[in-house]
Design a binder for this molecule. Structure first.
Ligand SMILES: [Fe+2]
Length: 291
C-alpha cells in the first residue's frame, strides 16, 4: 500500500522564522495524503490546562464548538464558555495561518467552518453504527449538504499525559468509491425538496451529497470491509498537528482524548488539481454531473 503519511518538521504555525520550511504542498493532501507535523505544538497557557477535562462540555453535546467565523460557542458548560472561546479562537487563527502558508494556492478561497474541541475519550462511547467513527469512513453529514465543497481539516492532539490519537486510514478514494457505487441507487425524484421542506437538511441535498452519505453509511455497515480492507494504523502523539481532506481520506478514530480541530471549506475549482476532488471522481465513475 502507498505511504499516505507525509511527515514534515515545522515548528511554527505562520511563515515567520526558521520553523516554517514547508510550503506549496497542496498535492500531498489533494492526492489523499495525511500531512503530519509532529513538532507543531499548540501551546496552552497555564490557566488553560484546566480545560483538559471532560466537564468543560455541557454533557449534552460531545464536542464544544465555535460556529464558523463567529464567536458563538456551543456545547460548553456555562462556567467555561469564555475560556473555551479564547482557546478555539486562537486555534482557528493559527490554523488559518498554517493552511495559507502550506497551501498558498488556496489563499482567498478558504471558508471557515467550525472549530471543535473534543474533551471526551473515543473509547467506550455508546453510539449507533452510523455515528461510530471507529469504523473507516469519509466525512459526510445527513443534515448539512456541502454541494461538492472540500472538507479541509487541521487536527491537534492536546492530551496532557502522553496518549496518542490513534487512527486507521484506508485505501484511495477512487478505489473505495468504485467498490460501492454500483449498488447505490439514484436519489428519489423530489426527495431533496422534501428533506429541505421538512428541515431534515439545511439546504437541498445535491446528488453529490446523496452519494457521499451512501458511501459513508455503506462502508460503516460493512464489517468484512472494516476488518479486511487495505488499511494502516497511525498513532498521533500529543503535540502533533495533522492536516487532511476528510471527505477523501478513509479514516477511523480508534482512541485518544482531548482533540482540537478546525474545518475549512473550499470549492473544488480552487484546488490545484480539481480532478482530485471527490465530486470529480464520482462524476467520472458515474458518467454524469452530480451538482
Ligand atoms: Fe470522520
Amino acid at each position: 500500500m502507498r505511504d499516505i503519511v507525509q511527515v514534515v518538521p515545522d515548528t511554527a504555525w505562520d511563515a515567520s522564522g526558521d520553523g516554517a520550511p514547508t510550503h506549496d504542498v497542496e498535492s500531498v493532501i489533494e492526492d489523499g495524503g495525511v500531512l503530519v507535523l509532529p513538532q507543531l505544538r499548540f501551546e496552552l497557557s497555564p490557566d488553560e490546562h484546566q480545560l483538559l477535562d471532560p466537564g468543560v462540555a455541557d454533557g449534552k453535546a460531545k464536542n464544544v464548538s465555535l460556529r464558523g467565523s463567529s464567536d458563538d460557542v456551543r456545547g460548553a458548560n456555562p462556567a467555561h464558555i469564555d475560556a473555551t472561546r479564547a482557546l478555539m479562537r486562537r486555534y482557528r487563527a493559527q490554523s488559518m495561518a498554517l493552511v495559507e502558508r502550506l497551501f498558498p494556492h488556496y489563499r482567498g478561497h478558504l471558508q471557515c467552518g467550525n472549530t471543535s474541541y473534543r474533551p471526551m475519550p473515543i473509547e467506550g462511547r455508546v453510539t449507533s453504527w452510523r455515528k461510530d467513527d471507529t469504523r473507516l469512513h469519509v466525512d459526510a453529514f445527513p443534515s448539512n449538504p456541502i454541494h461538492g465543497r472540500r472538507l479541509l481539516r487541521v487536527f491537534h492532539n492536546l492530551h496532557p499525559r502522553g496518549e496518542p490519537r490513534r487512527w486507521r486510514v484506508g485505501e484511495p478514494f477512487e478505489t473505495f468509491a468504485a467498490r460501492y457505487l454500483p449498488a447505490i441507487s439514484r436519489p428519489l425524484p423530489g426527495s431533496p425538496a422534501l428533506l429541505h421542506a421538512l428541515r431534515v437538511t439545511k439546504s437541498r441535498r445535491s446528488a453529490y451529497d446523496h452519494y457521499m452519505l451512501q458511501l459513508h453509511d455503506r462502508v460503516k455497515a460493512d464489517a468484512a470491509y472494516q476488518r479486511d480492507a487495505p488499511q494502516r494504523r497511525i498513532d498521533l502523539a500529543p503535540g502533533t498537528t495533522w492536516v487532511v481532506y476528510s471527505d477523501q481520506v478513509l479514516h477511523a478514530a480508534m482512541g485518544g482524548q482531548f482533540l482540537i480541530e478546525q474545518t475549512f471549506y473550499l470549492e473544488p475549482s480552487a484546488l490545484k488539481n480539481p480532478a482530485s476532488a471527490p465530486v470529480a471522481v464520482l462524476q467520472k465513475l458515474l458518467g454524469r454531473p452530480l451538482l
